[in-house]
Design a protein around this ligand. Structure first.
Ligand code: ADE
Length: 246
C-alpha cells in the first residue's frame, strides 16, 4: 500500500512515521508513506498558499490552486492506481475501526491536511472522496489526524504486526473492549494476577477473558454493547454484573 499525505508540514509526518511499528513497516517495504509539501505547488513567487476569505471573517484559507496542482502531481506519479482521497476535518465521518479495516484493503490512499481556517471548498469537492474526523474537537491542522489514521491502517497490513493473533482478540475487533492483560511478576506491590490466568486451563481462561471483555465494555463504553451480537451466556453474565438493558 502507498499512503501519500498532502501537507504544509511534511516534517511532522516524516518524523512521526519513522519510528516504532510504522518505521519498521516502511523499512520492510510493507507500506510506502510519502509526505508531499503543498507549498511546492504554489505558483506565487513568495510560495504563498493562503488567502483572505471571500465574504470576510477571521483567519486565512488555503487556496485551491496549490492543493489541486499537488494532487495532479501525485496522480501523475502513479497514474494507474485508483485513489481514495481523505480530507481530515471535524466535518468528516468519525473514524472507526471498521473504516480502518476497509481502507487497509486499498492500494493507494491520499490524505489531505488542512490548515488555517480550512481549504477553499471548490477543490475539496473536486478531489476528495472521503471526509474523516478523529473526534469532536478542533485541531490546529490535519497532520495529527492523518497520523492517527495512518497508524490505524498500517498496523492492519499483512505481516506488519508480529503475530496474527495480536490483532485478532483486541478492542473493537468483535465490537467489545479488550480484556485486561497481566505479565510477570505474579504479585506486584501486593496485587495478584487473577488466579485463573495462572491455571493453564485454556477453556477457563477463554471464558474469564470473554467475561472481562464484556464487563469492561459495560462499565466503560456501554454504548458499544448495543451493536454487538451477544450469546445467551454473554447476556446472563452481563445481567449478573448489573446490565439490565437486554
Ligand atoms: N482537523 C482539525 N480538527 C480535526 C479533527 N477533529 N479530525 C480530523 N481533522 C481535523
Amino acid at each position: 500500500m502507498r499512503i501519500t499525505i498532502m501537507t504544509l508540514f511534511p516534517q511532522m509526518i516524516e518524523q512521526a512515521v519513522s519510528h516504532s511499528i510504522m518505521g519498521r513497516a516502511i523499512e520492510a517495504s510493507q507500506v510506502e508513506i510519502r509526505a508531499v509539501n503543498i507549498r511546492d505547488y504554489s505558483n506565487n513567487k513568495h510560495k504563498q498558499v493562503d488567502d483572505y476569505p471571500y465574504g470576510g471573517g477571521a483567519g486565512m484559507l488555503m487556496k485551491p490552486g496549490p492543493v489541486k496542482w499537488c494532487y495532479e502531481a501525485i496522480c501523475e506519479s502513479s497514474p494507474n492506481t485508483k485513489k481514495r482521497v481523505m480530507y481530515m476535518t471535524p466535518h468528516g465521518k468519525p473514524w472507526k475501526q471498521a473504516m480502518a479495516d476497509e481502507f487497509a484493503k486499498e492500494e493507494e490512499i491520499v490524505i489531505l491536511c488542512g490548515h488555517y481556517e480550512g481549504i477553499d471548498q471548490r477543490v475539496i469537492e473536486d478531489i476528495v472522496t472521503d471526509e474523516v474526523s478523529i473526534g469532536d474537537f478542533v485541531l490546529t491542522g490535519g497532520e495529527l489526524a492523518a497520523l492517527v489514521i495512518t497508524d490505524s491502517i498500517v498496523r492492519l497490513l499483512p505481516n506488519v504486526l508480529g503475530k496474527q493473533e495480536s490483532f485478532q482478540e483486541e478492542s473493537f475487533c468483535d465490537g467489545l473492549l479488550e480484556y485486561y492483560h497481566y505479565t510477570r511478576p505474579a504479585v506486584f506491590e501486593g496485587k495478584e494476577v487473577p488466579e485463573v490466568l495462572l491455571s493453564g486451563h485454556h477453556k477457563n481462561i477463554e471464558k474469564y477473558r470473554r467475561q472481562n471483555s464484556l464487563e469492561n465494555t459495560y462499565k466503560k463504553r456501554p454504548d458499544l454493547l448495543e451493536q454487538v451480537q451477544l450469546s445467551v451466556e454473554d447476556r446472563k453474565f452481563l445481567q449478573s454484573v448489573g446490565y439490565n438493558n437486554i
